[in-house]
Design a protein around this ligand. Structure first.
Ligand code: ATP
Ligand SMILES: Nc1nc2c(ncn2[C@@H]2O[C@H](COP(=O)(O)O)[C@@H](O)[C@H]2O)c(=O)[nH]1
Length: 186
């Protein structure tokens, strides 16, 4: 069966969730919900934004990959993937670049990697502030090692990932539509 997971990766604020929501709304692609031990932020809902886990419950799942940031675990489980694939052969997941590299290695052609970026780094700060993120937390995130790492396409994703520069949303939608069309026809 031609099943695919569209992996949306890239730095904070580049539009990964926006693209996942678009793919859900216009192509009915369910989003794989990942697991984390960090606490929910204001407005986040368990089993919608994440499966919010304790240290003990996090260990109960079977992970395709997992990462640890600021002492919190994040992981995408085989169970979560299966639940999304039960609904549709085309699904999405939002991951950092470390996760995207693992997906490319483990799933090969089943993983369609889309690396999102912007031309002007300053736009990210503006977008995240507009999104309502706490300004101090945003500045910390933009100064983090993970931010530096995800600011450029990792070597392991060169020639593998579709790179989409999300400056103008209308242009981005067209590029995403083209990628979907190409993948669905494969
Ligand atoms: N092309 C665009 N032009 C202007 N604003 C945009 C564009 N794309 C997304 N945004 C806005 O930028 C903000 C960040 O987008 P989004 O939440 O999708 O980013 P993200 O990559 O998922 O971030 P994070 O990893 O921090 O969760 C949102 O408020 C979104 O509406
Ligand atoms: N490799 C993985 N990365 C994940 C997973 N779930 C989320 N993420 C990424 O982690 C950072 C931090 O997320 P935040 O919600 O605390 O801001 C972000 O880049 C997410 O995309 C996962 O299961 N595996």
């Amino acid at each position: 069966m031609n099943r695919k997971v569209f992996v949306l990766t890239g730095n904070t604020g580049t539009g990964k969730t926006t693209v996942a929501n678009y793919l859900n709304e216009f192509f009915e692609m369910p989003k794989v919900i990942t697991h984390t031990t960090r606490a929910p932020r204001e407005g986040e809902v368990d089993q919608v934004d994440y499966y919010f886990e304790t240290e003990a419950s996090f260990k109960q799942n079977h992970y395709l990959e997992s990462v640890t940031y600021s002492n919190y675990h994040y992981g995408s489980s085989h169970e979560g993937l299966a639940r999304a694939w039960e609904k549709n052969p085309f699904i999405t997941i939002v991951l950092d670049t470390a996760g995207a590299i693992t997906y490319a290695q483990e799933l090969g052609d089943e993983a369609v990697i889309i690396y999102l970026t912007v031309s002007e780094e300053n736009d990210l700060l503006t977008r995240l502030e507009k999104r309502g993120d706490d300004v101090t937390a945003v500045k910390e995130r933009l100064a983090s090692q993970e931010y530096q790492r995800d600011a450029a396409l990792p070597d392991a994703l060169r020639g593998v990932a579709h790179v989409v520069i999300n400056d103008d949303w209308e242009t981005t939608k067209e590029e995403i539509n083209q990628i979907v069309k190409q993948v669905v026809q494969e």
